[in-house]
Design a protein around this ligand. Structure first.
Ligand code: CA
Length: 694
């Protein structure tokens, strides 16, 4: 007994090897473990007729069932690392055609006999595709030999085993009583088990790591002896099915219970193929797929639902979470399991969103949310980002909601619009917002906030339409930008930062000459793109009601060997190119733009930066108290301006006598040389007076 417990304890984490799993299987008298690849499999597909080979190649599915018996098909799948399991049944056969190399009209002796001495029809007789099919008797030597020969032929073509359908407890056969055929054994179930045994032996002869996959649709009902000769069993219509417009049954008594009830088999290395039929509930394919996948993976089952070509599902087939590092765990009604590379979470509550803390063994507070569920074309802005609210819209059903719990947090959504203006033209930005308990005064930190990039590369920051703080219903605000130069692009944020509260945004617009340039400003189009959730500050994860979610663990991006000291930024105002400063006795110049197809000032124009190795005091001096005119930029234009001196505040124009003279360091006096403790990232601004010449 202690030995059993020890074995069980060592295999719970899924890190157990074949020998350990098999030892546990033997204590349960269910044969041996499936091979490692099948135990470690996470998704599979059912495909008689795979057309979309690029999706298949992109996927990480471990195997395909119901595939054709085709040498070339097997070879192509093997080249993709995917194993192949053609469909067979030992339950029924046709009397109207040759099927599995057998036509029952020539072998009525292979058919089961009922209590009245009649040929037993298949249980699917009334379905469209099973007319004139009969129930076959696994207890007849000739039938067993025929089925073993059929599987041998499949294996000769290069399959990795077979998928055996229609498993279940066998009814009585009265063949011997009516002298229709002789039986090998006293018991029909034992006879069927012996057929499975022979089939598995053939599979293993051809492929030592091959497998026999079974389908009873309901593994707990499987006659126990069958388990000995199966590597996997199937839970068909897992949560989602075509016979129900709701998720079928419930968490407590079915889905979660199945996961628990089958753990002995899973730990013994018997894989469970969960199969969900998606697209029949009001929740949508993606929500159902994630719910079913997460539930299956929670229990360690391999999952299939829909095609890897379906963009709602494809992400799940492209994932490998790796082996579990812990058992299923629970927090506040959320069920989750941690794997090597990520985790799954299920919230079975139909009404209540759930929240959990990111506790060990969850290795990271930065999660990549595979489900995504953001708004199309909108990225997150700030660490807190935004959540798509599918119930509260100003118009339509959707808006976005941003929440900040402290004044150090920043939440929002951002979209960049390419304008490519040839001439300056006004832009109007507008939108609606609703607020709950927003702290502070109305300002740029709760607003539609636009950063403009002119086509010459220079920026115009912080064009703002601010909303009222406190609590209010939907409110419209707008701002019109009158640009002085043609605009290249605008980066528009809907944001809430450095304040606490919760706000919704909807019907955001960015118009030029009454032309709408923003995409999905009403947030009605949901995105399937995953996104990073940085939960480093709160370590709390929110999961919507009645949903399953899948996360990958994301590392910090910081280069651990890179310079870490504080950064000093020296800025000239107005921005002047090629101005010389001296820091700790070494000379540095401000950025002065660069030549592309045109001369571009760039975001660093008039500035430079130094990264120190450690915090400490520094001497900062301006050398060019009167900055010199710039030489004609190298490579400029057709050469007609070569040799001219250019305005350092606008190097595409001749200076024409304009002069700049250092006035003071902003807030630090007018001595050209100052001492400064740079303890954290610091900006100093050198202010200049402009003197127009001649
Ligand atoms: Ca909307």
């Amino acid at each position: 007994m202690n030995a059993i417990l020890l074995i069980a304890a060592s295999v719970v984490c899924g890190a157990a090897g074949f020998e350990e799993r098999t030892a546990l299987a033997q204590t349960l008298d269910i044969g041996e473990s499936a091979p490692d690849w099948l135990v470690d499999s996470e998704t599979y597909i059912i495909g008689a007729n795979v057309q979309d080979w690029v999706s298949l190649a992109e996927s990480k599915v471990a195997f395909i069932t119901h595939c054709p018996v085709n040498r070339d098909f097997f070879a192509r799948c093997h080249a993709l690392g995917i194993r192949c399991f053609p469909y067979v049944t030992f339950y029924q056969g046709f009397a109207s055609q040759t099927y599995e190399d057998l036509n029952l009209k020539d072998h009525p002796d292979f058919i089961e006999i009922d209590a009245e001495g009649n040929l037993k029809r298949t249980g699917f007789w009334e379905s469209e595709d099973a007319k004139n099919m009969y129930t076959t008797c696994p207890n007849v030597q000739g039938y067993q030999d025929a089925m073993v020969a059929w599987v041998t032929r499949i294996m000769e073509f290069g399959a990795d085993g077979v998928f055996v359908d229609n498993l279940g407890s066998r009814g009585e056969c009265f063949g011997p009583k009516f002298n229709k055929h002789q039986h090998l054994y006293d018991d029909q179930n034992h006879a069927f088990a012996m057929l499975l045994k022979r089939v598995r032996e053939v599979v293993k002869q051809f492929k030592p790591d091959g497998a026999v996959l079974g389908n009873s649709a309901n593994p707990p009902s499987l006659p126990r002896e069958f388990w000995k000769y199966l590597d996997a069993e199937m839970l068909e219509s897992y949560i989602c099915t075509w016979v129900s417009k709701e998720r079928w049954f419930d968490w407590e008594t079915h889905w979660h219970k199945a996961g628990i009830d089958l753990q002995d088999f899973v730990r013994s290395g018997k894989q469970i193929q969960a199969l969900s039929y998606l697209g029949h509930t009001p929740y949508g394919v993606r929500e159902d797929a994630f719910f079913c996948y997460a539930s299956a993976r929670l229990a360690g089952f391999v999952w299939s639902g829909g095609s890897p070509s379906d963009p709602e599902v494809a992400d799940l087939y492209r994932l490998r979470l790796g082996r579990p590092v812990a058992e299923e765990q629970q927090q506040n009604g959320l069920y989750y399991r941690v794997f090597e590379r990520g985790m799954v979470v299920v919230n079975p509550d139909k009404e209540k969103p759930g929240e959990m803390e990111l506790l060990p063994p969850i290795p990271s507070a930065r999660l990549f949310d595979i489900f995504g569920g953001g708004a199309q074309h909108w990225d997150t802005s700030g660490p807190q980002g935004y959540v798509l609210d599918t119930k509260n819209g100003h118009s339509g059903n959707h808006s976005i909601v941003c929440t900040t719990a402290s004044v150090s947090e920043a939440a929002g959504a951002v979209q960049t619009v390419q304008l490519g203006q040839a001439t300056p033209a006004p832009i109007t930005i507008s939108g609606w917002s609703r607020a709950e308990n927003v702290s502070g005064d109305a300002d740029a930190n709760y607003s539609l906030y636009a950063d403009v990039l002119y086509s010459d590369g220079s920026p115009l920051y912080g064009q703002v339409a601010a909303f009222d703080t406190g609590t209010h219903d939907w409110q419209a605000k707008s701002v019109t930008i009158h640009p002085e130069k043609p605009i290249h692009s605008i980066t528009l944020h809907a944001l809430l930062r450095y304040k606490t509260g919760r706000v919704w945004f909807d019907d955001v617009s960015l118009e030029s000459a009454e032309l709408q340039l923003l995409r999905n400003g009403g947030f009605e189009d949901r995105s399937n793109e995953g996104r990073i959730l940085d939960l480093s500050k709160t370590r709390r994860l929110h999961v919507p009601s009645y949903s399953g979610r899948v996360y990958l663990f994301v590392p910090e991006n910081k280069d651990e060997l890179g310079s870490t000291g504080p950064k000093l930024t020296v800025v000239t105002s107005p921005a002047l190119g090629e101005v010389r400063f001296r820091i700790d006795g070494f000379d540095y110049w401000t950025h002065s733009g660069r030549w592309t197809t045109e001369y571009v000032l760039g975001p660093m124009f008039g500035k430079f930066q130094i990264i120190f190795d450690a915090p400490g005091p520094h001497t900062i001096e301006i050398v060019d108290v009167v900055p010199a005119d710039m030489k004609t930029p190298n490579g400029y234009g057709g050469g007609e301006r070569l040799g001219q001196f250019m305005d350092p505040s606008n190097p595409t124009q001749a200076s024409e006598g304009k002069r700049f003279r250092f006035r003071e360091w902003e807030g630090r006096g007018n001595d050209p040389r100052i001492r400064l403790d740079v303890l954290e990232d610091t900006t100093v601004s050198a202010l200049f007076d402009v003197e127009t010449g001649k």
